[in-house]
Write a protein that binds this ligand. Structure first.
Ligand code: ADP
Length: 500
């Protein structure tokens, strides 16, 4: 037999050279455990400088071996499997290494002198790699077990390959091992298990993940729970689908909350409808006698003109009656706006005419408030005077009326300007006064219902805090937006923009 060595030199192969060619460390040992001969690899394993021949093999064990060598050698003669061991070898700490040793009897010429072959392989690197893999596996196991969601991996037949603690508890198993190899059919009613299987078949057949499937699960105590589960195809290194991975989150509380919320919303909507109907009835019931009181008061005022005291009292009744009438219709309007019960009408009208009508009522308001000195200006671009709109004229009038009556209320001297302008199919309306103004922090709140800058009982100005809330509701209904620019002490400009 011949072999080519690394320098391409042909060398003859006999038992001796085979012994030396082996990359595994080989030691021939006597029955007493003395080394008779070692190959190059063995010399190399123990540092190369030690002369192995004649040395008791015990000297090469870095730590005490878990066996008594002479007894072991005796036993190996009958049972060769006893010769396999993994232990630390090395003559000192620096050169110690993990090794697998395999001791086997060797046929010898001398029948009384048993010889053994000890094969040694350095497995330190392998052991370290295995330990690292084990460490990482432990970390991953810890991680998936501490996640409160259900995590599982199934094979093509939907048999569990891996499960975490959470799903184990949910399915009423004592340990994760109890689930391995089983399917949902072993735990759930047939119909439910079949649904899960069908979902998984679809994922495996299409190769597409099915995310956030909301599904019902029954736990060990037969409680119905809701889970949001994602199932993702599991592929091998060739990309072939070999099963599925899944993660499921318990959303029972969320589903219950949603149901309760929906119920509460329906109840609130119903209550809102009832409230509006009630307010509409009440409004009718209050308005009828109130109109009677107002009508007769006005009649009396005309028929007894010469009595100033009675006239003052009647004036008082009329003024407060009107306030009450106004408040009632504001409350009904706001209630309708808030529960979407207000519908807009469509009518073709001339906007400039509407502005003139508002200008007349502005004068009346100023007159009633004894503020005739306040100057008023209606500002409309002459080109826009012929503009016709197809919209709800009454609601636009109502918004402007609310803004104008506030301007009158909160202005003592100076002027009130109002008008509109148009740009890019949008109309911008404004009401500008030289009144008390509003500071920035209050400006954010005044469009809310019942909100007033001065909420004290002794406040100077009348009002229920509904005018701007109604204006904002109506502007929103008209698909527009409302805003305000103001300087405290100097005045305010309220504006709203709606599509033409
Ligand atoms: P109110 O009936 O109280 O006027 P509004 O909703 O119309 O209710 O107005 C809310 C609050 O906004 C008013 O109480 C006032 O404090 C402030 N406000 C509204 N318009 C003006 C204005 N033109 N100038 C100053 N403050 C105003």
């Amino acid at each position: 037999m011949t072999e080519v060595n690394r320098t391409n030199e042909i060398i003859p192969i006999g038992c001796e050279s085979l012994f030396d060619l082996s990359v595994i460390g080989l030691l021939l040992i006597s029955h007493s455990g003395k080394i008779l001969k070692g190959n190059k690899a063995a010399y190399h394993l123990f540092g190369g400088s030690l002369d192995l021949e004649g040395v008791p093999i015990k000297k090469l064990f870095y730590t005490d071996p878990p066996f008594e060598l002479p007894k072991l050698l005796e036993a190996i003669k009958n049972d060769s499997s006893l010769g396999e061991h993994m232990l630390m070898l090395g003559t000192d700490k620096e050169n110690a290494f993990w090794a697998t040793i395999h001791i086997s009897p060797v046929a010898s010429n001398n029948k009384n002198q048993d010889t053994f072959l000890c094969q040694i392989q350095n497995v330190s690197a392998l052991k370290q790699a295995t330990e690292e893999v084990n460490y990482h596996n432990t970390l991953i196991n810890e991680l998936i077990n501490s996640i409160p969601d259900n995590i599982f991996i199934k094979d093509k037949n939907s048999r569990f390959l891996l499960v975490n603690r959470s799903i184990t508890l949910l399915m009423g198993a004592c340990s994760t091992n109890e689930l391995i190899g089983k399917t949902d059919f072993d735990f759930y009613p047939r119909k439910l298990a079949q649904k899960y299987r069908n979902d998984e078949l679809t994922v495996m057949n299409t190769g597409k993940a099915n995310l956030n499937i909301v599904e019902q699960v029954i736990d060990q105590d037969h409680n119905r729970l809701w889970y949001s589960t994602s199932k993702i195809p599991l592929r091998d290194s060739e990309g072939e689908v070999i099963g599925i991975m899944g993660i499921g989150k318990n959303i029972t509380d969320l589903v219950k909350e949603k149901k309760a919320l929906r119920k509460a919303k329906l109840a609130a909507e119903k209550a809102d409808e009832l409230k509006t109907a009630f307010l509409a009835n009440l409004s009718h019931e209050v308005r009828t006698p109130l109109n009677g009181i107002l009508g007769f008061s006005q009649f009396l005022k005309k028929t007894i003109p010469n009595d100033p005291k009675t006239s003052r009292y009647l004036e008082y009744i009329i003024r407060n009656g009107k306030r009450l009438l106004h408040l009632i219709s504001d409350i009904v309007d706001l209630s309708k706006i808030e529960c979407d019960q207000l519908t807009l009408s469509q009518k073709k009208f001339n906007l400039y005419e509407l502005m003139n009508k508002l200008n007349r009522s502005l004068h009346l308001m100023l007159e009633e408030e004894n503020k005739k000195d306040i100057k008023t200006y209606l500002e409309v671009d002459p080109e826009m005077e012929s503009l016709f709109l197809c919209n709800d004229d009454q609601r636009i009038e109502q918004i402007l009326h609310n803004l104008l009556s506030n301007a009158v209320k909160f202005t003592e001297k100076g002027s009130i300007h109002f008008g509109f302008s148009g740009k890019k199919n949008m109309l911008r309306f404004f009401v500008k006064d030289t009144g008390i103004g509003i500071d920035e922090k209050d400006a954010k709140q005044i469009f809310g219902r019942f909100t007033q800058v001065d909420n004290s009982l002794a406040r100077q100005y009348e009002g229920a805090g509904l005018g701007l809330a109604i204006a904002r509701g109506l502007v929103t209904l008209l698909k527009g937006s409302i805003g305000l620019n103001s300087i405290p002490g100097k005045g305010s400009e309220f504006y709203f923009i709606i599509p033409e």
